[in-house]
Design a protein around this ligand. Structure first.
Ligand code: GLC
Length: 739
C-alpha cells in the first residue's frame, strides 16, 4: 500500500483525525489484542490456536471452546480508545465490541478484526506449499479472493497472509505454509495473493487487508528449528528472501508482519535496517507493520531489550507500528512520548499508517458486519467447492510411476490402507482454523463415491505403532482379492505448521512397515502421501513403484485424489520444494552455489560418506500420464531482452499439460551465483503427438543480482539459459552479454 492509494480528501481526513487524538488514543491505535480465553481454558487466544495447531486439542474441542468460553475483551480499554484491533472470528462479538468503539469512545475509531486466513476460511484450499506446486498464478489469486469473500462476510477484514517465507529446509514445520524454496515463484505467489485478498482495482467490502509475513528470513532458521536464529549475508537476503516481500509491496499489500527471528543478531521486531531502511524507505511501503504474536515482549528473551519498556522503545524506533499481544505499546508508549524518548512524529507516522489502512478498508463508513451476510457462506457455495477441487487436483505431484502403474482402471479392486485415508479432518492441514471437519472429503470417501471397489483397512497412522503381526493380518485381509494396494501414508496435521519442526523427516511411526507388509503381499503398491513438508523417501523410492504427493489438499482432497488415481484428471503439479533423499541433506535446494568442488563420486568433493549428494526429487519435478520432450532451444538478443524458445512435444499416449521452466545461470560474476535461478515458467497443453514452439522473453534487467551492499548489479559475461520440465530435465544453451 502506498499513501497515494488514498484520495487527497481521505489523506486530509486522516490528518485531521490524527490532530484531534491524545497521546493515549494514538498509542491505542497501535495495540492489538486477542481476547484472553477465561473459564474452561484460561489461556490466550494465541495459545489456544497453538494447542489446536499442534493437535493438543481437536478441531471439535477448539470449536466448542471458542463458542462457549467467556472471554475478557478489555471493554474499558475499547471505550477509552486504547484498542485498535482484535484477533477474532465471531461476528456477533465483533459487532458488540465495534459498537463500543464506534459509539462510546471519544473519536469513534473502528476496530480492525484480523485472523489467520492462510489457505481458505470455510472453504479450505490446499496448504500453500501444495498450491504453489500448481504453478498457477490465476489459481493463487482466485483462492485468495474466495477466502476474502468468506472471511469478510464474518467480519474479518484483515488476514495474516500470504505467508511468503522462502523455505529451503524441510525440517522446518512452517514450510507447509510457505510457497517453497524459490524467490521468483514465491514472488509470483505473493503478488497474486495480495491481489486476491485486496482486489486489484480498489478495496470493496468483500476484500481483506493482506499481510506479507514473516518479514524476513524466517524460513532460514538454523537447523530448521522453529523460532531459531538466522544468519545470512545481505546479498543472500536481497537475492534469496526479500523478492516475495518486494513483489507483495509492489502489488499494494496493506500490512507486513515482522518475524519472530533475529537476522544477524537483531530481532526483526526491532531491526531498523529491515523495517525502515529496506521496507519503508527502499520499497516505499506505506501500510503498517505488525509484530508477530508477543514478539515485542520476546525481545527481552532474545536479550536485546532490558524490559518491556525498552522493547517498546526499540520497536517503535525501528518502525514496528502495531503491537500484537505484548501490551508493550499499551503500557509504555504514551509515557515514552511524553518524556520525549519517542518523538511525536514517530508515533504519528505509525498511527497514520494504521488509520489509512482502516480508511482504505471502508471501516469508518461501514464498521459492522451484517449477520445475514455472516451466514451466507456457512453452507459452502458450489463455485467455491469447484475451485477447491480444481486447486486440489492441480496441487498433486506425481513423483514416481514405474511401469505406468497409475492411473488405475475404474474396474480394478483397490485395497485402500492407512489411517490417514479415512480421517476427514486430516485433509485440512496446518492453519485451517476456520475449516470444519464436516466439510471435508477423505480419500476413502472420495474413492468410494466413484463406485470403484474399495476394501479399506486403517492398519496404522502417523502417530500410532500397532503390533506388526496385527498390521500384517489387517493388511492381508484388505488385500485379499484386490488388484492393487493404495497405501495412504504421511504426517498428521500436527506434524507440520508452527512449532512443528522434525529432526527426522522420514515417514513417522510404523508407516514404512505398512509399506513393507503391502509389498510382501505381492500386489502392486501405490503410495499416496498426505503431508505438510518434503519427506525423506529414499527407501520408498527404491521399493514403491508409484508415489503420488497429495499433501493436505483441503475440503475436496478425497475427490481430487480419486480423480487423479483413476485418471479422470492427470497430475500436473511440479515441486516448489526439493525432496531430500535423507534428512541429513537438509537444507537441500536447487538454486545453490557451485562451490569449488561440486559434489560427485570422487572423494575430495562436496559430498557425504553415507548419503547421496543429489536430492531425491528436484525442484520443478513432476510427472504426468504422458511424456513431454523439448528440442531446438533458441536464444537471441532482442534489444533489452532475450527471446528464448523451445519446441515442446507430447510423445506419449494421452493429452497433457507441461509446465516449462526457464532457468538462468550467471557463470562468472563478482559474487558466486546459483547454478540455476528460475526466471520464468509457462504451461503448454498438447494432445498426443502434438508439438508447439513455446517462447519466453527474459528482460536483461532481470539477469542481475544484489551485492552485499544491497546494490543491484548487471555484469557482462557468459550466461547459461536452460528450459525444461524440471530444474534437472532441461535443454541448455549459453550467450555472452555486454549489457
Ligand atoms: C503466530 C504466527 C503468525 C500468526 C500469528 C497470529 O504465532 O507466527 O504467523 O499470524 O501468530 O496468529
Amino acid at each position: 500500500m502506498s499513501r497515494q492509494s488514498l484520495t487527497p480528501q481521505q489523506q486530509a481526513w486522516v490528518d485531521a483525525l490524527l490532530a484531534q487524538m491524545t497521546v493515549e488514543e494514538k498509542a491505542g491505535q497501535l495495540h492489538q489484542l486477542s481476547p484472553s480465553i477465561v473459564g474452561g481454558f484460561d489461556v490466550s487466544f494465541e495459545e489456544l490456536i497453538e494447542m489446536f495447531t499442534d493437535g493438543r486439542i481437536s478441531p471439535a474441542e477448539f470449536g466448542k471452546i471458542m463458542s462457549t468460553s467467556t472471554r475478557d475483551y478489555h471493554e474499558d480499554d475499547i471505550r477509552a480508545g486504547r484498542v485498535s484491533s482484535y484477533l477474532l472470528d465471531d461476528p456477533e462479538t465483533a459487532n458488540r465490541l465495534q459498537k463500543i468503539a464506534v459509539e462510546e469512545s471519544r473519536l469513534g475509531i473502528p476496530l480492525l478484526f484480523g485472523l489467520d486466513v492462510i489457505h481458505g476460511y470455510r472453504t479450505v484450499f490446499p496448504i500453500p506449499l501444495a498450491e504453489t506446486c500448481s504453478w498457477d498464478t490465476e489459481l493463487f489469486e482466485a483462492s485468495a479472493r474466495v477466502a476474502a469473500r468468506e472471511a469478510s462476510a464474518r467480519g474479518v477484514r484483515w488476514t495474516f497472509a500470504p505467508m511468503v517465507d522462502v523455505a529451503r529446509d524441510a525440517r522446518w514445520g512452517r514450510i507447509s505454509e510457505s510457497p517453497g524454496e524459490d524467490p521468483y515463484l514465491a514472488a509470483e505467489y505473493a503478488r497474486a495473493k495480495v491481489w486476491g485478498f485486496q482486489g486489484r482495482d480498489g478495496v470493496t467490502q468483500e476484500n481483506v487487508a493482506s499481510c506479507l509475513k514473516h518479514f524476513v528470513g524466517y524460513g532460514a532458521v538454523e537447523g530448521g528449528r522453529d523460532y531459531n536464529t538466522v544468519s545470512m549475508s545481505r546479498s543472500m537476503l536481497h537475492n534469496g528472501y526479500l523478492p516475495p516481500v518486494k513483489a507483495g509491496v509492489e502489488a499494494g499489500a496493506m500490512t507486513v508482519m515482522a518475524a519472530f527471528n533475529d537476522v544477524n543478531g537483531v530481532p526483526c521486531t526491532v531491526n531498523g535496517y529491515l523495517l525502515r531502511d529496506i521496507l519503508k524507505e527502499r520499497y516505499g511501503f506505506g501500510g503498517f507493520v505488525v509484530s508477530d504474536a508477543t514478539a515485542i515482549r520476546e525481545c527481552v528473551t532474545h536479550g536485546i531489550a532490558a524490559d518491556l519498556a525498552d522493547a517498546s522503545l526499540q520497536s517503535i524506533r525501528a518502525g514496528l507500528d502495531m503491537d500484537m499481544n505484548s501490551c508493550a505499546y499499551h503500557n509504555h508508549l504514551a509515557e515514552q512520548v511524553r518524556s520525549g524518548a519517542v518523538p511525536m512524529e514517530l508515533l504519528d507516522d505509525a498511527v497514520r499508517r494504521v488509520l489509512e489502512v482502516k480508511t482504505a478498508l471502508g471501516l469508518f463508513e461501514d464498521p459492522y458486519v451484517s449477520l445475514e451476510r455472516a451466514a451466507r457462506y456457512e453452507t459452502l457455495p458450489q463455485d467455491h467447492l469447484d475451485l477447491a477441487l480444481e486447486a486440489a487436483e492441480k496441487s498433486i505431484v506425481l513423483l514416481k510411476n514405474q511401469g505406468e502403474l497409475l492411473p488405475l482402471s475404474k474396474s480394478c479392486k483397490i485395497a485402500l490402507v492407512g489411517a490417514l485415508a479415512d480421517q476427514p479432518a486430516e485433509v485440512l492441514g496446518a492453519w485451517a482454523i476456520s475449516g470444519r471437519e464436516s466439510d471435508c472429503v477423505s480419500i476413502r470417501a472420495g474413492l468410494e463415491k466413484t463406485g470403484v471397489q474399495v476394501a479399506y483397512a486403517p492398519v496404522c497412522g502417523p502417530a500410532d505403532a500397532p503390533d506388526s503381526e496385527q498390521m500384517r493380518r489387517e493388511l492381508e485381509a484388505a488385500a485379499a482379492g484386490a488388484d492393487v494396494i493404495v497405501a495412504v501414508v504421511g504426517e498428521s496435521t500436527a506434524m507440520s505448521g508452527e512449532a512443528a519442526s522434525r529432526s527426522d523427516i522420514t515417514l513417522p511411526g510404523k508407516q514404512r512397515k505398512l509399506l513393507e507388509l503391502a509389498l510382501a503381499t505381492g500386489k502392486s503398491v501405490a503410495a499416496v502421501l498426505v503431508n505438510g513438508r518434503p519427506l525423506a523417501l529414499q527407501w520408498e523410492d527404491e521399493h514403491i513403484p508409484a508415489i503420488l504427493e497429495c499433501w493436505q489438499l483441503g475440503v475436496r482432497m478425497g475427490d481430487a485424489v480419486a480423480a487423479v488415481l483413476l485418471g479422470e484428471c492427470a497430475p500436473t503439479g511440479k515441486l516448489c520444494c526439493t525432496f531430500p533423499a535423507v534428512t541429513g541433506q537438509c537444507p537441500s535446494y536447487y538454486n545453490h552455489p557451485n562451490t569449488g568442488r561440486p559434489g560427485s563420486k570422487s572423494k575430495f568433493t562436496s559430498r557425504y560418506l553415507d548419503a547421496p549428494v543429489k536430492p531425491l526429487y528436484p525442484f520443478g519435478h513432476g510427472l504426468t500420464y504422458t511424456k513431454f520432450q523439448c528440442r531446438d532451444l533458441q536464444i537471441a538478443e532482442n534489444g533489452d531482452a532475450l527471446e528464448i524458445s523451445v519446441v515442446a512435444a507430447n510423445t506419449g499416449k494421452r493429452p497433457g499439460v507441461e509446465t516449462l521452466q526457464l532457468y538462468l545461470r550467471d557463470v562468472t560474476a563478482s559474487l558466486v551465483r546459483p547454478v540455476q535461478e528460475l526466471k520464468g515458467f509457462c504451461k503448454v497443453f498438447l494432445d498426443p503427438g502434438g508439438e508447439k514452439t513455446v517462447g519466453f522473453t527474459l528482460p536483461k534487467a532481470d539477469m542481475g543480482f544484489y551485492d552485499d551492499g544491497g546494490n543491484y548489479r548487471l555484469e557482462p559475461g557468459e550466461f547459461v539459459i536452460s528450459v525444461g520440465g524440471s530444474s534437472e530435465d532441461v535443454l541448455k544453451g549459453s550467450i555472452w552479454l555486454k549489457f
